[in-house]
Design a protein around this ligand. Structure first.
Ligand code: AGP
Length: 607
């Protein structure tokens, strides 16, 4: 939630900041602002709306300054209004701050400061600006350190002071911040994407750390001013990977990335002759692996649907009882966990606040805690005792697509690794490895049908409710398909296990309620087919995702999308793609902002 960019160097700061904000717009996009130290004065511009609105507001301004901070906002405290947009300033207007996170005791602090300070916004962040002002005695770093000692909550923040034109201060507690290291210049941002055009050398700040950054030097300390030595790391992602590459939207580009990035997820991790996988990041001895009696997969949203598919794999291949826990529930559920429990936190961003908190709780209770994440160096990647990157590359559309399929792939490989260390035969393992290696080509076959699916979207775009149905491994597919449709098209949809229909949901069926059913050739085919017959009898329009060549599916439905066959456990990797495309085309036909749907943000870094 909210994106921060800052620059200090010798180049004009403004274009770097605006370009950086565009990269981070996925984190929040209801208002934006910059503050630049320009010819000795601190100049601030803010605008409600997207980065384009801010860029227009700045178009006529002559900004040559080489140091500045910028922010794109997703409102938490205070409505969407220019006065609530960041950067916020103190009474003098000399101190400017951008902030991501929530200051939980801001009301108390505001009360304490109310005597000598005038507040102009409803935000928690503005309180920080005044708190720093109250502590300022000629040294910005010291003022920030003192101020933050009084703060309860979370922050990733960058501060500058007009009287200290040679430094910016960044601090982190619970909200990510990355420092990019250039030559005679530094960048700070909520993730590495804004700096990839300039440097791939980065330092990830950890909780409790504060960076004092000048043009030539970087010093990292804690709030007690104790020095901290950090390693500079190299990021593999490059700027081109974060571009649309000719696609009209990031989401479509990312859907089409799937055959390529799934290979990245598998590369070097499958051992075909042994019919197994090896994910070195698991960091467990064979004795520790053998001691695992239970697995818990913790995630939110789409990542949790990937986990549901993973649950089937762990139980079938490895025989380990596996639960999927929605992080926001798990963290407050006083979960029963012991040393024989292995917990995976699954997250594209690695910054989802609830998932992080849930993993910390699991760690406190003694479980093995591992991460399955996409963003390199993210909080989950660093706080877990091991884990695996899914290698999906930058995913910028708010609606997750390629991260989902790569999460499922990594979970499958873990299940295979555990399975082969237990009861799974080499023959079954070999079949699974072979089937996984065939997936990229099969994904291509589905993607080729994008135009056909677009015609379906045209036909069904006017309905106001949809129902998605699946059974077994295709129930998580139905959940994910429904989730995609609602988040980017704003059409109401629900997903059910098809066997549940008779227990209530059948009452909703009517010619006004289209059903998307996943009927592929697996062990539950006949059961699913019977459920579809029942729907047919109630005259609901039917779209079926069926295995190619299934004549019965054509007879049963109004419309069919064919998918190539694969092993049952791998079906989510194929069957989800037509549903991603359907949601995408419906949303674009309806003129929705597909990459940045209303009220959402890519990375949910607040509770
Ligand atoms: C995906 O389309 C959603 N935007 C959302 O459900 C997302 O999957 C969820 O917020 C979890 O994010 P994470 O993978 O970064 O933890």
């Amino acid at each position: 939630m909210c994106g921060i960019v800052a620059y200090i160097g010798t180049e004009k700061a403004l274009p770097i900041l605006i370009k950086g904000l565009r990269r981070l717009e996925y984190r929040g996009y209801d208002s934006a602002g910059v503050a630049i130290l320009n010819k000795g004065s601190l100049e601030r511009t803010r605008a409600v709306g997207r980065i384009d609105a801010l860029a227009s507001a700045l178009a006529e301004k002559d900004m040559a300054g080489t140091m500045g901070i910028a922010h794109t906002r997703w409102a938490t405290h205070g409505g969407v209004a220019e006065e609530n947009a960041h950067p916020h300033v103190d009474c003098s207007g000399d101190i400017a701050i951008v902030h991501n996170g929530i200051i939980e005791n801001y009301r108390e602090l505001k009360q304490q400061l109310s005597a000598g300070h005038t507040f102009k916004s409803q935000t928690d962040t503005e309180v920080l600006a005044h708190l720093i002002e109250a502590n300022y005695q000629g040294n910005l770093r010291e003022a920030v350190q003192k101020a933050l000692q009084n703060v309860r909550g979370t922050y990733g923040l960058v501060v500058m002071h007009k009287k200290e034109p040679d430094r910016i201060i960044a601090a982190r507690l619970g909200s990510p911040l990355v420092v990019g290291v250039g030559e005679g210049e530094y960048y700070v941002a909520s993730d590495a994407s804004p700096m990839l055009a300039y440097t791939q050398q980065v330092i990830f700040l950890d909780d409790g750390e504060l960076a004092e950054i000048t043009r030539d030097d970087l010093k990292i300390v804690n709030l007690k001013d104790e020095k901290i030595i950090k390693q500079t790391e190299h990021i593999d992602w490059n700027e081109a990977e974060a571009e649309k590459q000719g696609f009209p939207h990031f989401m479509l580009k990312e859907i089409f990335d799937q055959p390529t990035v799934i290979k990245d997820a598998m590369r070097g991790r499958l051992i075909a002759p042994d019919g197994t996988a090896h994910l070195g990041g698991l960091s467990m001895t064979s004795e520790q692996m053998a001691s695992v009696k239970r697995i818990i997969l913790i995630a939110c949203g789409t990542a949790s649907y990937a986990c549901l598919a993973g649950k089937y794999a762990f139980e079938r291949l490895a025989g380990i009882p596996t639960e999927v826990a929605v992080a926001s529930e798990f963290r407050y559920s006083d979960p029963i966990i012991d040393r024989q429990t292995l917990v995976f936190g699954v997250s594209q961003s690695g910054e989802t606040a609830d998932t992080i908190a849930a993993l910390r709780e699991a760690k406190r209770k003694g479980a093995y805690v591992r991460g399955i994440v996409n963003v390199v160096g993210s909080t989950i990647a660093r706080e877990t005792d091991g884990g695996t990157y899914i290698h999906a590359g930058p995913e910028l559309a708010v609606a997750s697509t390629k991260a989902y399929t790569n999460m499922v792939t990594v979970l499958l490989m873990y299940a295979l690794q555990f399975g082969r260390s237990r009861r799974l035969t080499v023959a079954t393992g070999e079949r699974l490895v072979k089937a996984l290696l065939e997936i990229p080509e099969k994904m291509q076959l589905v993607l080729k049908q994008s135009d056909v699916i677009k015609q379906l979207a045209e036909k069904y775009k006017a309905y106001s409710d949809f129902l998605y149905l699946g059974r077994g491994i295709n129930f998580p597919v139905a959940l994910e398909g429904s989730h995609k449709l609602k988040e980017i098209s704003y059409i109401h949809s629900e997903a059910y296990p098809a066997g549940e229909m008779k227990h209530g949901v059948n009452a909703l069926l009517s010619p006004e309620f289209p059903v998307v059913a996943i009927l592929t050739s697996n062990a539950l085919y006949d059961k699913m087919r019977s459920n579809i017959e029942e729907i047919r009898a109630r005259r609901a329009p039917l779209i079926i995702v069926a295995t190619e060549g299934d004549a019965a599916a054509r007879e049963l439905s109004d419309d069919v999308v064919s998918v190539p066959p694969t092993m049952e456990l791998l079906e989510p990797l194929i069957n989800t793609i037509p549903l991603q495309l359907f949601a995408y085309h419906v949303a674009t036909i309806l003129g929705r902002d597909v990459d940045r749907p209303r009220n959402l943000a890519k990375s949910v870094t607040v509770e």
